[in-house]
Design a protein around this ligand. Structure first.
Ligand SMILES: *[C@@H]1O[C@H](CO)[C@@H](O)[C@H](O)[C@H]1NC(C)=O
Length: 286
């Protein structure tokens, strides 16, 4: 592997380059709110978000991305996490924003978290799908990934795809592909709706609540450089930017069906009551 610069700054460049490939929270993210409740630890390998009665906390990526394959490992609030929401998402700015969401809705000890997903294009969402997980997301770190390329958005958990949102612009459905997005995450109180629809409230005697993050990887992504308005695409492998046209192979399709059959608890595409005028276009496959 060739390093990009050789100069008097080579040592500095070399070290930051190596840190970049490993994913380092000091280098890749800014803590944006929470007054000390968000912390970067272990030389940048670990980030924790905390919240208590006074405030939640959050962070955002320094880079903006226009397409990417983005992995993060999360370990969610353990024990009685009812009323808490850990949001982890990509979003652009402005009133016609695009957004790709993972939200984790906490629960009483022993009761399942809900993984809530949504896709916004040009300011319009209403595309919720919700899942239970096939493991306890508070016991250990698990990898939550977004593959976002011009043809599709795929949400995955530990490499298993749980949701695919295809580019159906040809049928008039806007697809996020022009607005660069940042990565955001926050932990906050949402006991007015999160757990059993708001019935179970946050137990403040359990505070502070903590969610942890590690092993961020956006080595396969197009980074929008500030100022110039252009983006440059990185790739892990020498081979190419294969991820930019990646689709689900038949094994991945099988796993997606397995998750949707066994773990999906809400799908807007099946909610005919909610859409009396007819289901959204992207839900109609034939
Ligand atoms: C919490 O547990 C209850 C009871 O098992 C379940 O109905 C609900 O879907 C779970 N998740 C949330 C976030 O409410």
């Amino acid at each position: 592997m060739a390093f990009p610069h050789v100069s008097v700054l080579s040592l500095l460049v070399l070290s930051s380059f190596m840190v970049a490939s490993a994913g380092n929270f000091y280098q890749d993210f800014d803590i944006t709110w929470g007054d000390g409740r968000a912390k970067i630890l272990n030389n940048g390998d670990l980030l924790t978000l905390n919240f208590d009665k006074a405030s939640g906390s959050g962070f955002q990526s320094r880079n903006e991305y226009l397409f990417g394959k983005i992995d993060m490992q999360l370990k969610l609030v353990p024990g009685n996490s009812a009323g808490t929401v850990t949001a982890y998402y990509l979003s652009s700015k402005g009133s016609n924003w695009d957004e790709i969401d993972f939200e984790f809705l906490g629960n009483l000890s022993g009761d399942p978290y809900i993984l809530h997903t949504n896709v916004f294009s040009q300011g319009k969402g209403n595309r919720e799908q919700q899942f239970y997980l096939w493991f306890d997301p508070t016991a250990d770190f698990h990898t939550y990934s977004i593959l976002w390329n011009p043809q599709r958005i795929v949400f995955s958990v530990d490499g298993t795809p749980i949701r695919e949102f295809k580019n159906m612009e040809s049928k008039g459905v806007p697809f996020p592909k022009d607005q660069p997005m940042r990565i955001y995450s926050s932990l906050w109180n949402a006991d007015d709706w999160a757990t059993r629809g708001g019935v179970v409230k946050t137990d403040w005697s359990q505070a502070p609540f903590t969610a942890s993050y590690r092993n961020f990887n956006a080595n396969n992504a197009c980074v929008r450089s500030t100022g110039s308005g252009t983006s440059s695409c990185n790739s892990n492998s020498a081979s190419s930017n294969a991820w930019l046209s990646q689709e689900l192979d038949s094994t991945s399709h099988d796993r997606l069906s397995w998750v949707q059959k066994n773990y999906m608890i809400y799908n807007y595409c099946s909610d005919t009551k909610r859409f009396p005028q007819g289901l959204p276009t992207e839900c109609i496959t034939s």
